[in-house]
Design a binder for this molecule. Structure first.
Ligand code: IVH
Length: 392
């Protein structure tokens, strides 16, 4: 072990240290402040690089590495609430080969009995909601995975979240803890930002931040004024009441109790089914009114989930298969002015090279000159480069 530890080149050790510090900083900006400083794609790249280094040099792994922990912490201003079961993160990939390996691993455990529930991966704020004797008891954010922020008063204002489980849906358990995502629809997001701008307040960068920022408000009246939705996708704990053996049946039960679940849920038996569902959701993604950043494949049978188990950070029975990133962050190196054939002047941003969906981008036309002046964008600023269809 000592010999191997010594074998890690100093350069690699320093790189890993730097990556950990950057990931921790970004985690805080994202989970605690609701103000991310880099795009998801850039963040994922940093994480993957750290994971690859740790896989190559296991001596680098420490229990405090962000790869071994669930990101996030409890912000001040909210009461901390212990989750009934740890709220883990998901293992994630953009590589179809990793999907095949995931399927092969579950197949080694369960043979041909493997079946999957397939769902969009919602890009919102993950919450736990607990019902006691069928009544909403409390709700909390993910926080550090063990403890979250108590946001009960805020979550209660979400229309579509029942304060009581419907008894016609079958015997209500003494205790039910469900996990889901709070979302803001694109249409609601657009009108909220218009409203904020009219009031001279800063708009939110995207619907995820708007949803998270709206739930993590100290004044529930502010949350109530925001159009939020919730969708449930997992049961964290249940005590007395259900005997379902599959996630599919459990999902039907949640709906019967009045809890919203995804209308786009799919099912499959093989890695190819997961890949096909991913391709289908990527095609319809822009037509959905909620933002999704991939799909999640989960073993359907609950006994297989127990057998597959979890690591300290994620369950081995689920995999997030994300879409190719459409955005990345980089710095604005300078702005040049291009003279067109007809004499039209177009400003062009010269960027520090950055990869977006497989292409290295170094320049971008700045169509919205006035917008730039208004936002006071300057050389050296961090900018986000986004793909819309095939146009950057
Ligand atoms: S299942 C981890 N299903 O994605 C155990 N998670 O990056 C069970 N997420 O914060 C989670 N959509 O909360 C599951 N359809 C879905 C999801 C989903 C979004 C969230 C999850 C986690 C994040 C991981």
């Amino acid at each position: 072990m000592t010999a191997r530890a010594a074998a890690v080149p100093a350069r690699v050790r320093a790189r890993a240290r730097g990556l950990r510090a950057r990931i921790r900083r970004h985690d805080r900006a994202y989970y605690v402040l609701d103000r991310p400083t880099v795009s998801d794609a850039t963040y994922d790249r940093l994480r993957r690089e750290l994971e690859a280094l740790e896989a190559r040099y296991p001596a680098l792994v420490t229990p405090r590495s962000p790869t071994q922990q669930v990101a996030g912490e409890v912000a001040t201003g909210f009461r901390a609430r212990r989750h009934l079961a740890p709220m883990l993160s998901l293992a994630s990939t953009t590589d179809p080969e990793a999907v095949r390996q995931f399927d092969a691993r579950l197949r080694r455990l369960a043979g041909d009995a493997v079946a999957y529930v397939l769902e969009p991966k919602f890009d919102g704020l993950s919450i736990e909601v607990v019902y006691r004797q069928g009544r909403l008891a409390f709700a909390s954010t993910r926080g550090d995975g063990e403890h979250g922020e108590d946001v009960t008063a805020n979550v209660q204002t979400i229309r579509g979240l029942p304060s009581r489980l419907r008894e016609s849906g079958g015997r209500v358990p003494r205790l039910l803890a469900v996990r889901g995502e709070v979302l803001m629809r694109r249409t609601a997001f657009a009108s909220l930002n218009a409203r904020l701008e009219r009031a001279g307040q800063p708009p939110f960068a995207n619907p995820r931040n708007a949803a998270a920022g709206s739930v993590r408000q100290l004044d529930p009246r502010v949350t109530a004024s925001r159009a939020l939705d919730v969708v449930f996708y997992d049961v964290l704990a249940v005590d007395g009441g259900t005997a379902e053996g599959t996630a599919r049946a459990l999902g039907a039960r949640l709906r019967a109790w009045g809890l919203p679940t995804s209308p786009d849920r799919g099912h499959g038996r093989h890695a190819d089914d997961i890949l096909r569902y991913h391709a289908r959701m990527a095609r319809v993604r822009d037509r959905l009114d909620v933002e999704i950043d991939g799909i999640v494949a989960k073993a359907d049978r609950l006994d297989l989930r127990t057998r597959a188990g979890s690591t300290s950070s994620h369950p081995r029975w689920a995999l997030a298969f994300k879409f190719e990133p459409r955005g990345a962050t980089t710095r604005l190196a300078r702005v040049e002015v291009q003279v067109g054939r007809t004499g039209v002047l177009t400003p062009v941003a010269v960027l520090r090279p950055v990869e977006v969906g497989g292409v290295v981008v170094t320049r971008a036309t700045l169509h919205n000159w006035r917008e730039l002046a208004r936002k006071n964008i300057r050389v050296g600023d961090l900018v986000e480069v986004r793909r819309a269809g095939d146009v950057i």
